[in-house]
Design a binder for this molecule. Sequence first.
Ligand code: BES
Ligand code: MN
Ligand code: ZN
Length: 479
Amino acid sequence: MEIRTVSADATCPVLVAPVFAERTPGPGADEVFAELTWVDAHLEAVGFDGTRGSVAVVPTAGTFRHDTVLFVGLGDEADHETVRQAAASARRALPKVGRVGTTLHRVDLDGAVRACVEGFLLGGYAFDTYRSDPPERTHPDLELVGDVDGWEADVEIARVVAEAVMAARDLVNTPARDKGPADLADRMAAAAAEHGVTAEIWDEERLAAERMGGILGVGAGSHRPPRLAHLSYRPEGAVASLAFVGKGIVFDSGGLSLKPAKSMETMKTDMSGAAAVAAAVVAVARLGVPVAVDAYAALAENMPGGGATRPGDVLTARNGKTIEVLNTDAEGRLVLADALALAAEGEPDLIVDVATLTGACMVALGEHIGGLFASDDDVAARVGAAAVAAGERLWHLPLPRDYRPNIDSEVADMKNTGERWGGAINAALLLAEFTDGRPWAHLDIAGPARSSKEQHYLSKGGTGFGVRTLVELARSMAE
Ligand code: BES
Ligand code: MN
Ligand code: ZN
């Protein structure tokens, strides 16, 4: 599928045109309303009033140069998210055609081209790998009807970002059986290699030699041993450096602290953080952002096999700190401890970890908002701004030092569970112990990493959450 601009008077089989509240026509729709005087009454009759998220398909039966107009409602005002969602909804509602025109990119909004293209691409995502008879899907070319300045650069960013989000979704949606730590590391390395990102994979022997006791401890109950995948993008003349660290639990059974059956159903998605960081570093490289990025994917399978870590065992992480494992289901912080310590050794300007870490964060913020923890308010502001610019929702949560006793252990430097209250904070406080006091942000994406329903640019399952924020963060560091 191609994305190009065509002149404002071009002919398309389908035109996607924006309409605001009370059927106020947006760019492109104004022309349709003027030429086809019956359209307004028709839209009213079918109950389309331009509400945000609404869609109406209107065949013009040869009376207009576009055979079909697909109106998308933007509500009172266009912002990036409305445009992204509208483009995605249009994509879902499209008849099967080879090319589609739109004027949605011409709404009065900086960055409309990018939001429009991102939504259109993501709205077309589906994961059909495991269907024997997948539904036929079209990948129509997108024509931006009517030029806008600088569209090429915006289209390129949108395309690279959307492809990264979809690559992350593919990994997340893959059944755990087909993504053991070694398989997943290989897939990440292969994708990286295609775009000049180097990869180093540590197997279980190397992990032991490198004192990665957290990752090894979590992986010990599985027949499929853990891996650390380190992907590195080092552009010449880099003006800043970033480390991305991702939780990559390919399946979280809870280990010996076994989860109930229902809670396990979605646990193939517990590697969403790792998928996000691996996809993001590739996108940053493809965009040629002059910022060095190291991505670390901490990959392990949390299973209750005979070699499994037991409640009461003590693990020694990369930086020498010891953790008493009281609940083997609090495994994410254990693999992140090693990977964060390793990332900190590279002395990057900023470390960001991404993890489906706690059910508690979902209880606090729901399914669509991630928790943002940071070593200081400047870091929180920087990462928060990147998330806003990217259109991902994060909420800043506190790291109160006086809560640290929650994770005091009777035998080790800390324990991996706290009291029931403030579960997301207790987890974040443990992570902080492994960042060597460096600038650091932690994204708890337990909620937004997966979607329980198909809506606008989200499909059921993995969402690729985090990719857009990380790419935007790298771009912002280049300024
Ligand atoms: N992977 C889970 C967190 C999770 C839960 C993500 C639901 C997405 C949806 C994590 O490893 C976990 O099990 N956390 C425990 C921690 C507890 C044992 C301290 C939790 O949140 O219950
Ligand atoms: Mn767990
Ligand atoms: Zn987990």
